[in-house]
Design a protein around this ligand. Structure first.
Ligand code: KIV
Ligand code: ZN
Length: 519
């Protein structure tokens, strides 16, 4: 009889560690869309946020608990009562809820950050787990900076928190310092020397500062870890976290070596990657493993020849296994609402009726300008639908003059909620700079353009140009995007949309500082 493969739980922290990274913040609607896609992907745990960090984080954990049924939904908390109470409240409505408490254990964190000795850390860790258990039986403890913790102390902490009732114990490489041999040995040591280790799942959470997050996670699986924490596209603090798609496809492709399985429906990987990239505005580089645009492109003649003769000469994974093979040329101006909805469903996008109507309207307008509409065009339209925030400022029109030997000038008309339509003009270094300056004169909110990128969404001269930009004002950064066949219009729409997000934040009276990370 064949031996049954051991199951590795996939704990996705895109919505917590991923969202914590600069420029990756998501709105509530975006988080819900991502959580629903993670459920379709088949992750075991969704870490939905850090409820004490902000009211927005609390609300999103709560909302995700309501919409997600299969995966466990986790809320993060420091080992302090206020955090744990807030996390307990946030996950109360979950079909399966987890509280994830953490406390740093390494000497460097104990001395400089926590100012606690080993005894105090041990005591707080155990207390944290016990407090969390009063809300749910599913409690995870993370020994932050475990990879740099003295082995004897790490062993003691892990044993004590399991004794206190933790059902999962995570030993993160919080700073991306570990290398595979050492990290694997650390997990092997815990598996053999912690007396009660069989009563909990040992989990790993690796950061990618030295580019080894996936390799370290795999080494830990070989050594006995049974949960891997990761993020879609490897998003996360600094250089990011272990990339979900990479670790999952490595375990699947090299099942011969690892002998384990995950519950991931790998055909949903591309949909998840595209969605996360679109809502965060962080593009996936073409050479990114598994989900990069070139990951399955064979350019060299010798490779093409080999692949044509027999795919497995150069292809270790099949594009369809990650959901890559899709209908490219899809629709045109004669396509109806029903076909549009069906295509969205196939792309893993689910919109309510109101949003569907609006997106369909935009689709028809685009079809008047562009002959062939591709999946990527549809995704760009829907992205704008989902990312929309209340339009305090609404772009009505603009006119630009630009050329060689003339000063770029823009006249912009914006409808300001409660104040009516306003028109102003400005000059700039180029037509886009002039448009942004004219918008600033109308809104009265001076912003710096921090980041600006443009790319063609599909092929052909009539392709839509997608502008992704980031503005900064008063220490706050906001990203927005827009796709249009006219790139100056796309720039203007994206800029006004970023200003609307900024305005929302200002009018909500948000503090100047960002979320407390508490780490
Ligand atoms: O990197 C880290 O240590 C963390 C913990 C909160 C798990 O993100
Ligand atoms: Zn982390």
């Amino acid at each position: 009889m064949m031996k049954k493969a051991k199951r590795i739980a996939i704990f996705d922290t895109t919505l917590r560690d991923g969202e914590q990274a600069p420029g990756c913040s998501m709105t509530l609607d975006e988080k819900i869309m991502v959580a629903q896609q993670l459920e379709r992907l088949g992750v075991d745990v969704i870490e939905a946020g850090f409820p004490i960090a902000s009211p927005g984080d609390f609300e999103s954990v709560r909302a995700i608990c309501k919409v997600v049924k299969e995966p466990v939904v986790a809320g993060l908390a420091r080992c302090v009562k206020v955090d744990i109470d807030r996390a307990g409240e946030a996950i109360a409505g979950a079909a399966k809820g987890r509280i994830h408490v953490f406390l740093a254990t390494s000497k460097i964190h104990r001395q400089h950050k926590l100012k606690m000795d080993r005894k105090e850390v041990l005591k707080r860790a155990v207390e944290g787990v016990k407090m969390a258990l009063s809300y749910t039986a599913d409690v995870e403890f993370s020994a932050e900076d475990a990879a740099r913790t003295e082995p004897d102390f790490l062993r003691e902490v892990v044993e004590a928190v399991i004794e206190a009732g933790a059902t999962t114990v995570n030993v993160p490489d919080s700073v991306g310092y570990a290398v595979p041999e050492q990290y694997g040995e650390m997990v092997a040591m815990l598996m053999s020397e912690v007396g009660n280790v069989a009563r909990a799942v040992i989990s790993v959470h690796c950061h990618n500062d030295l580019g080894m997050a996936v390799a370290n996670s795999l080494a830990a699986v070989r050594a006995g870890a049974r949960q891997v924490e990761c993020t879609v596209n490897g998003l996360g603090e600094r250089a990011g976290n272990c990339a979900l798609e990479e670790v999952v496809m490595a375990l699947k492709t090299r099942a011969d070596l690892y002998g384990v399985e995950t519950g991931i429906r790998t055909q949903q990987i591309m949909n998840a990657s595209r969605l996360v990239s679109s809502v965060t505005g962080i593009h996936v580089p073409p050479n990114k493993a598994v989900v990069g645009g070139n990951a399955f492109a064979h350019e060299a003649g010798i490779h093409q020849d080999g692949v044509l003769k027999e795919k497995t000469t150069y292809e270790i994974m099949r594009p369809q296994d990650i959901g890559l093979e899709r209908n490219t040329l899809v629709m045109g101006k004669h396509s109806g609402r029903h076909a549009f909805r069906q295509r969205l469903e196939e792309l893993g996008i689910h919109l309510d009726d109101e949003r569907l109507d609006h997106a369909f309207d935009q689709f028809k307008r685009l079809a008047d300008k562009k002959k062939d509409i591709y999946d990527e065009d549809i995704e760009a339209l829907v992205r704008e639908e989902v990312e929309a925030v209340p339009e305090t400022f609404k772009l009505i029109g603009f006119h630009v003059t630009s050329g060689v030997g003339v000063t770029p000038t823009a006249t912009v008309t914006v409808e300001v909620a409660g104040e009516g339509v306003k028109t102003d003009a400005a000059i700039g270094d180029g037509p886009i700079d002039a448009v942004c300056r004219a918008v600033d004169r109308i809104t009265g909110i001076p912003c710096q353009l921090q980041d600006y990128a443009i790319r063609a969404i599909t092929v052909g001269k009539d392709a839509m140009g997608e502008v992704t930009l980031e503005i900064r004002s008063n220490g706050r950064r906001e990203r927005a995007r827009a796709a249009k066949t006219d790139i100056i219009e796309a720039s203007a729409v994206a800029y006004v949309s970023a200003v609307n997000r900024l305005y929302q934040w200002i009018s909500a009276g948000k503090p100047k500082g960002e979320k407390p990370h508490g780490m």
